[in-house]
Design a protein around this ligand. Structure first.
Ligand code: SF4
Length: 477
């Protein structure tokens, strides 16, 4: 059985279970206002541009089919990618987990003799805790994506896949800049253009004086060895073209078979994520070209639990994700709790299925329950990942693991078995319905049921049962 992501390194596990962290987020009115405003704005933009595409459903089918085909022959495609990257003058490194990936990247940077690197947005490097590993080796990582920079300067954690500083408003960002950005104009206002200009001035020094960059990759084409990064600001393009050495850290699931497949994803991704017809910057590079761009290119292929996800026939769909964040923007749970409550660098619905699989479900046991199973994420996903089915699958896995570890069934298993038995026996079912009226008093909002059912109501409001059941109403007629 393939191994899961190791403990003690990286950002896949939170310090506390989701319900505890979520309760704190829910009490933060400013956070909820910031999130509600940002997600509703992105949702509306995205819906409008998706409506313009007559074959959107066919595109989703195509994206889903390409990903399913990729996962079915992942080892073969990765070897093809390695051959193509090496032929184009690059070097490929295979990292089984976060520890190995951090060591490979740190050694590569140290070998260049530099003590500072610039980074373009990469979730894989956040997943493995690369910044911490670089800092421990005396290397300063500078995030160049504006939102990532805000998070880094604020000594904060990202809370959204696409908009890592979504939980911050303009006034908070101004305060961070004034406090943390060396040489910033003290009369800085919170106008977006003024804030962006301050960040641009701050980053320009880094772009022009840093010789090593570390990037992620949205896609890697197996047949040609080409890699692609899509972004909105142009900072990524600077990172990918200005330095002497470029190191790309990429999860192994980002490979796609052919150049033609890119056409599908480059239509799906911007409309589903930022609500744009086309993302402003799409940078592609293939190995090295003498006299043009970085002259030393390294690709680190990261597993870190992905082989374990691939081995699960239901759960492997999570590897189809193209990190558009559409599922976060439509999720009623995410909209109220924000990303930090999920504890992992991957928040929202996709995080609730990906993180527990990468770490092993016992290390993120509360995440598969962090959903109302409303299905909005499934409808929004541009590659049709059936997130609700994976959530149910992982809940079952957790119940089974709990039983074998504790030699006792979990509270969920006992409650569901009792409910199934009751529904199978009519007199018992009717008695239970009569008894449920007591819950009108015991389970008023803010008050839960008595033990052992209190385990169910501790995280849920109990709905008021109707004064009359359907059976009673029917009998009277
Ligand atoms: S699961 Fe689907 S909707 Fe969510 S981030 Fe991934 S691709 Fe986007």
């Amino acid at each position: 059985m393939p191994t899961t992501a190791p403990r003690g390194v990286g950002h896949l596990r939170g310090d506390e279970p989701f319900p505890v962290a979520a309760r704190r987020s829910l009490a933060d009115a400013q956070l909820r206002r910031n999130l509600g405003h940002a997600t509703s704005t992105i949702r509306a933009k995205s819906a409008a541009v998706i409506d313009e595409v007559p074959d959107w459903q066919e595109l989703r089918e195509a994206g889903s089919a390409i990903k399913a085909d990729t996962m079915a022959r992942l080892p073969e495609l990765l070897q093809q990618l390695e051959t193509a990257v090496v032929a184009a003058g690059g070097t490929v490194h295979w990292a089984v987990d976060a520890v190995e990936a951090n060591r490979i990247v740190t050694d590569l940077v140290t070998a260049t003799g530099t003590d500072r690197v610039m980074k373009v947005k990469s979730m894989a490097t956040q997943e493995i805790g690369l910044n911490e590993a670089l800092e421990a080796a005396g290397i300063e990582p500078v995030e160049t994506d504006l939102a990532e920079l805000i998070v880094q300067l604020g000594r904060d954690k990202p809370s959204h896949i696409l908009v890592p500083a979504i939980h911050r408003n303009r006034a908070e960002i101004r305060e961070i800049f004034l406090r943390e950005m060396p040489g910033v104009d003290p009369s800085l206002t919170d106008e977006p253009a003024i804030l962006a200009a301050a960040a641009r001035r701050h980053l320009r020094r880094t772009f022009l004086s840093t010789r090593v960059a570390i990037s992620g990759a949205n896609f890697a084409v197996a047949e040609t060895g080409a890699l692609a990064v899509v972004e909105s600001e142009g900072n990524g393009r600077m990172c990918l073209t200005l330095p002497d050495t470029l190191i790309t850290v990429m999860g192994i699931e980002k490979v796609i078979p052919t150049w033609a497949d890119l056409e599908v994803f480059l239509q799906l991704l911007p409309r589903a994520s930022t609500g744009e017809r086309m993302n402003p910057y799409t940078s592609m590079w293939t190995g090295v070209t003498p006299g043009d761009g970085p002259q030393d290119f390294h690709l680190v292929l990261l597993d870190n639990g992905r082989s374990a996800v691939l081995a699960d026939e239901v759960g492997r769909q999570a590897l189809h994700c193209i990190r558009c964040s559409a599922c976060l923007n439509v999720c009623p749970v995410y909209e109220r709790t924000g990303g930090h409550a999920y504890g992992s660098v991957y928040p929202g619905p996709i995080g609730a299925v990906l993180s527990p699989q990468l770490t092993g479900v016992e290390d993120n046991a509360s995440l598969p329950y962090a959903s109302s199973l409303c299905g909005a994420c499934f409808d929004a996903c541009p590659v049709k990942i059936d997130i609700p089915s994976i959530l149910v699958h992982l809940r079952a896995e957790h119940v089974t693991a709990y039983r074998s570890e504790h030699r006792l069934p979990s509270a969920e298993a006992v409650t569901m078995a009792a409910a199934a038995y009751t529904m199978d026996h009519l007199p018992m079912y009717e008695a239970a319905q009569r008894g449920s009226r007591l819950a009108r008093f015991a389970g008023r909002r803010g008050r839960g049921l008595p033990p052992p059912l209190s385990g169910w109501t501790v995280g849920r409001d109990l709905p008021q049962p109707p004064p009359q059941t359907f059976r009673e109403w029917w009998t009277q007629r």
